[in-house]
Ligand binder design. Structure first.
Ligand code: ZN
Ligand code: ZN
Length: 252
């Protein structure tokens, strides 16, 4: 089956049941514990940065456009379910959220790019887009690769927060698809191909981020155009939005 979910759109489990044609809502079971099979396809519900229902926090996260994801505990490569998940012929519809409430954001059809036989089993998902347009994942952003060690275990890159698709959506929904520095609108200039296109900038310098940091998409992120984004990152730590605004003013 091929279901028409739109990348970047929000769905509750109820919405999903309706779309895939489940007349009766499944009560509990696998639909609520991370991933489940429906006919030949899999549906994956992934918490990012928050503990799952079972209380485990396996640190699912994005690195660039890839989703680093952990299966249920005690999962092993020879298990049929894991075999299905890494089988490119089986469809995986992947939904994420970064708070404990619904809805989820649809990220796309995932394909195992690689995996590690850790416990739990770890899969690195890349996203294949068949015929979907994808407003939330971008091949771009700032290419800065500065890393920061969170606590002593977690390594994150400078733009890991700017690439979190769920947080991006919340930020854009709140501020609009317009540059917060210069008010540039891609849609106004480029028409339909610029629709929904914007970068998202993370305001807090990584040095100020503690171990317990929880991203607040409204407080910590701002939509900016690609030019302003590049200029913000011309120095480290980045210019503030106000600094860049005054640079533009002084230069006019
Ligand atoms: Zn701008
Ligand atoms: Zn940035």
């Amino acid at each position: 089956m091929s279901y028409k979910f739109v990348c970047g759109k929000s769905y509750t489990r109820k919405d999903i049941f309706r779309i895939i044609g489940l007349l009766e809502e499944p009560k509990g079971g696998n639909w609520y514990t991370g991933y489940t099979r429906h006919e030949r396809d899999y549906f994956i519900f992934c918490n990012i940065g928050i503990p799952g229902r079972t209380g485990h926090d396996y640190n699912n996260h994005f690195i660039g456009d890839n989703l680093i994801w952990f299966a249920k505990s005690d999962t092993k490569i020879y298990q049929p379910e894991i075999q299905n998940l890494i089988n490119p012929k089986v469809k995986k519809y992947i939904f994420i959220r970064s708070s404990n409430t619904e809805p989820f954001t649809y990220v796309g059809l995932g394909q195992a790019k690689s995996f590690e036989e850790t416990s739990p089993f770890k899969i690195i998902w890349k996203f294949i887009d068949e015929d979907e347009v994808n407003p939330i994942r971008f091949p771009e952003e700032v290419t800065e690769t500065q890393t920061y060690i969170e606590g002593s275990t977690k390594q994150i890159t400078v733009n890991v927060y700017e690439r979190n698709p769920d947080a991006r959506q919340k930020c854009i929904k709140h501020y609009g698809v317009i540059c917060h520095v210069c008010e540039f609108s891609f849609e106004r200039v480029y028409g339909v191909i610029g629709e929904d296109y914007i970068h998202v900038h993370h305001l807090k310098p990584l040095s100020e981020i503690g171990k317990e940091y929880e991203l607040d998409p409204i407080k910590d992120l701002r939509p900016v155009c690609a030019n302003c984004h590049a200029m913000l990152h011309r120095k480290r730590p980045a210019y503030t939005i106000d600094e860049l605004k005054s640079i533009i003013r002084n230069n006019a």
